[in-house]
Design a protein around this ligand. Structure first.
Ligand code: SAH
Length: 224
């Protein structure tokens, strides 16, 4: 029936529009500072819903979601460790482990979320054992964000970073810059074509301004 055909066409058009809006919001997030991102979502809460739908679709195409690797890692370690999940999204970590997990994001997808900019989280200095950034190092003020993670981590605490593999220009330069920020590389898993999983220990406070190698490329999705 023609009406069925036009309904299908309409649905397809709507999906294309949503996909285009997702790509646009995603690009804004990767090319602005974390406080600009906070303003974007405050002024347009619908943008956040669209972003998250698109994000879940993208990661759903991957053979493995890195958040599950982080959950497995946490389950192997004592449940008494306090965790901070920076850019927690829908709080998959908090709902999958027994640990106390502080969940931070710009908009609450779940009641467990504390709404804040990850560059300034409401936690005392040296109060957490594990800090997590799972596909969440989006702002261009990367240094400030990682300094905040350093501040809240206990000495010797763990920093877990899962990031899209293509965002790294030079992994060695990145690890050197991390060392200058006080994070010693413990392990790196570069085996997935989609994401890198990096584990660090807090060796101390930031030592000096990191080298330019701290930069990550924006993660821009292609039109499909
Ligand atoms: N870690 C989750 C979600 C990743 S999507 C998972 O792996 O499933 C990236 C998340 O980071 C989004 O929810 C986004 O809102 C959040 N985010 C981006 N910039 C942020 C900022 N400046 N402060 C807090 N959260 C931020």
């Amino acid at each position: 029936a023609p009406s069925g055909r036009s309904a299908a066409l309409r649905t397809r058009m709507e999906e294309r529009l949503l996909a285009a809006r997702f790509r646009y919001i995603n690009q804004q997030l990767y090319t602005s500072t974390s406080w600009e991102a906070a303003q974007l979502f405050q002024s347009d809460p619908e943008a956040f819903q669209i972003y998250h739908r698109g994000f879940a679709q993208q990661v759903g195409r991957w053979p493995e979601n890195p958040v599950h690797r982080i959950i497995r890692y946490l389950r192997r370690r004592p449940a008494s460790l306090v965790v901070a999940d920076f850019g927690c999204g829908d709080c998959k970590i908090a709902s999958s482990v027994r640990n106390k997990v502080h969940c931070f994001d710009l908009v609450p997808l779940s009641p467990q979320v504390t709404v804040c900019d990850m560059a300034k989280v409401p936690l005392a200095a040296e109060s957490v054992d594990v800090a997590v950034f799972c596909l969440a190092l989006m702002g261009t003020n990367l240094q400030e964000i990682l300094e905040e993670a350093n501040r809240v981590l206990k000495q010797g605490g763990t920093l877990m970073v899962a990031e899209v593999a293509s965002r790294f220009e030079d992994i060695r330069a990145f690890l050197n810059a991390m060392a200058q920020l006080g994070f010693r590389s413990i392990s790196k898993d570069l085996s997935s074509a989609f994401f890198h999983l990096l584990e660090f220990a807090k060796a101390g406070p930031p030592r000096r301004r990191p080298a330019p190698g701290l930069r990550l490329r924006p993660c821009l999705y292609k039109r499909r």
